[in-house]
Write a new protein. Structure first.
Length: 222
């Protein structure tokens, strides 16, 4: 497939590769990178590799593919595979999110592939248990609203000294109004003008000549 898709200078370079190496994909890739990727581009790729970090929404597989691609662009063909493997493993672990990096480091993977495998396992565990942990600790919005409503009702029903005094004054005014209109049992019976304090024989409405100094004037203030 490589020989069928390469065109131009890349196809010419492929024809110059030794026949025994044309069946090895890694050798072909390294040879093409060394030919068409100058030293300054390799330094730029290594700088990107050193600063590359896993994004919040980036999966472990996506991040590992980026690291592998940057490592392949950062070294020439004469670099040993052990150095490339070690570099890829170290930059992969250091670039992981802090919680994943801590767990992968504790597992102490020996190869780049082992580091990817441990990171994938930790990522799956994190996705499985994180939602349950959050829902068990943090109440839902509707539950919080119900709790606030119950607390508000309890506070409203709690005895308040100010409200107590207000109710007492209101009730006292009502009792005073009732007592003011309530006939005095100690006064004589009202049998003509329906006013307490005197009897019919001394009522000035019936006997106007008794108006001055009558019991009506004294007791009713008239």
């Amino acid at each position: 497939m490589i020989s069928a898709y390469l065109r131009g200078p890349a196809g010419d370079h492929f024809e110059k590769i030794d026949a025994r190496d044309k069946t090895n994909y890694e050798v072909i890739k390294r040879s093409i990178i060394d030919r068409f990727c100058p030293a300054d581009m390799r330094r730029s790729a290594y700088g990107t590799l050193a600063s590359r970090k896993q994004g919040k929404m980036e999966s472990v597989n996506e991040f590992a593919a980026v690291i592998q691609r940057l490592v392949s662009r950062s070294f020439s063909n004469d670099v040993s595979s052990e150095v490339i493997e070690m570099t890829a493993r170290e930059h992969f672990i250091l670039g992981l999110r802090p919680e994943l990096m801590r767990r992968v480091t504790m597992a102490d993977p020996k190869t780049f592939s082992d580091a990817i495998r441990v990171a994938l396992r930790e990522e799956s565990l994190e996705e499985s248990f994180a939602p349950q942990r959050v829902s068990s600790v943090e109440p839902q919005n509707d539950q919080m609203t119900q709790v606030i409503g119950l607390l508000t009702k309890l506070l409203e029903k709690k005895d308040n000294p100010g409200n107590h005094r207000s109710n007492f004054r209101r009730n006292n005014r009502y009792e005073t109004f009732r007592n003011r209109n309530k006939p005095n049992i100690n006064c004589p019976i009202r049998n003509f003008c329906d006013k307490p304090g005197h009897i019919e024989s001394r009522c000035w409405k019936k006997f106007p000549n008794l108006r001055s100094g009558s019991d009506c004037d004294k007791k009713q203030g008239n």
